[in-house]
Design a protein around this ligand. Structure first.
Ligand SMILES: [Zn+2]
Ligand SMILES: [Zn+2]
Length: 394
């Protein structure tokens, strides 16, 4: 009848002396590789998955493992002598649900309900995602925000059961309270079993005959709540703040999910940010550039006075140490603020100012560089304005 069964240890690829952790680890690897969800329509993978699951069901159970070690597969062949205690391995047995709950809970990252996982044990509620917009300065220095949120709470009338007071939810007749059902189908390789969430109770294992009128049988009521959100100094655009247990209520006594608040930082009219550093541009006059002098430089800490050195060229970069953004990890450490000094070429000049500039040019030893008839060879001497122009055209 049955084809020759492979040794369970061989199936999982572990030694006879493997401990529980090693067996579980080996099964997780195989289950992930061959799980029907990962290999839709692949009968061979499904067979391997079933084989590994069967091996795991036996080797992860101390009693069954002892029987298997003593009698081999015969231990589970009903009436074939051996231990005779529990007959053939049965995918419909209660053990199977436990295996799924145990393995697949973490295999699929927790909180998931894939693969018909029995979910009538305590489970963490789902996370809620929200976003808020804050200013550039609020991101730099941190801020407190209030979020207006509709949150679910377990219904107080029915204590979250969803059943009318005085009644209680009944065990689902379709799945017998397990929250999952096993579908059997025949394939070339034999009988294939799929475990799925019970369609009758949605996986809760319970059905409600008379619904609670306060929550219409959902077990939850919703209300608007104000949640305080502390945005840490140094947060950047797109980062999220996690507020524990302000998400969806837990299931069957599990903890609430978390609230994840994504932060969107508005652009600043003069500051740009890169990691912990701030960048900006400050205009200085030609006279300030030539003679030096104090200029006002806006920073996130307010204006600071920077002394421009005489003979400063346009596009000179200045570092204001520690005037940048605090580090998220350690707010006492701050980045720097880089200022680019740009010389403004005057374009609206009074006659008086023009005269002063011409005078300056002469005094500085420059010609006005006007094309005159004497400039026959077109030889050009570079004047001051050309130099300024060049500086800008670089
Ligand atoms: Zn209720
Ligand atoms: Zn059910």
């Amino acid at each position: 009848m049955a084809e020759t069964k492979r040794d369970y240890y061989e199936v999982l690829g572990v030694g006879k002396d493997a401990d529980d952790a090693a067996i579980k680890k080996a099964y997780r690897v195989l289950a992930k590789k061959y799980h029907p969800d990962m290999n839709p329509g692949d009968a061979e993978a499904e067979k391997k998955f079933k084989e590994a699951s069967e091996a795991y069901a036996v080797l992860s159970d101390a009693d069954k493992r002892r029987q298997y070690d003593q009698f081999g597969h015969a231990a589970f062949e009903g009436g074939a002598g051996g231990a005779g205690g529990f007959g053939g391995f049965d995918f419909n047995s209660a053990d199977f649900g436990d295996i799924f709950g145990d393995i697949f809970g973490d295999l699929f990252g927790g909180g998931g309900r894939r693969g018909g996982r029995a979910n009538n044990g305590p489970m963490k509620g789902a996370n809620i995602r929200k976003s808020i917009r804050i200013t550039f300065e609020e991101a730099v220095f941190g801020c407190e925000k209030e979020l207006d949120l509709v949150l679910k709470d377990p219904c107080t009338t029915c204590n979250g059961t969803g059943a009318k007071p005085g009644t209680s939810p009944e065990t689902c007749p379709k799945c017998g309270g397990k929250g999952q059902v096993v579908f059997t189908s025949q394939s070339f390789f034999g009988t294939v079993q799929n475990v799925q969430t019970c369609p009758n109770c949605g996986g809760s294992g319970k059905v409600i005959k008379e619904k609670c009128s306060s929550c219409a049988g959902t077990g939850y009521t919703s209300s608007r709540k104000k949640i305080q959100v502390s945005i840490p100094a140094g947060i950047d655009n797109g980062q999220s703040v996690r507020i524990r247990e302000k998400g969806e209520p837990g299931i069957n006594g599990g903890p609430r999910g978390d609230l994840l608040v994504e932060v969107n930082v508005s652009r600043h009219p003069i500051f740009q940010r890169q990691d912990v550093h701030i960048f900006s541009t400050v205009s200085i006059s030609f006279a300030q550039a030539a003679l030096g002098g104090d200029v006002k430089v806006p920073t996130v800490d307010g204006d600071v006075i920077y002394t421009v050195k005489p003979g400063t060229k346009t596009d000179t970069k200045v570092r204001l140490k520690g005037k940048g953004v605090p580090s998220l990890r350690n707010s006492s450490v701050r980045g720097d603020h880089y200022v680019t000094l740009v010389i403004q070429t005057p374009d609206k000049l009074s006659a008086e100012a023009k005269e002063a500039l011409r005078k300056f040019d002469l005094l500085a030893g420059n010609s006005l560089n006007q094309a005159t008839p004497e400039d026959e060879k077109g030889k050009k001497k570079k004047g001051f304005m050309d130099k300024v122009k060049e500086a800008f055209e670089e």
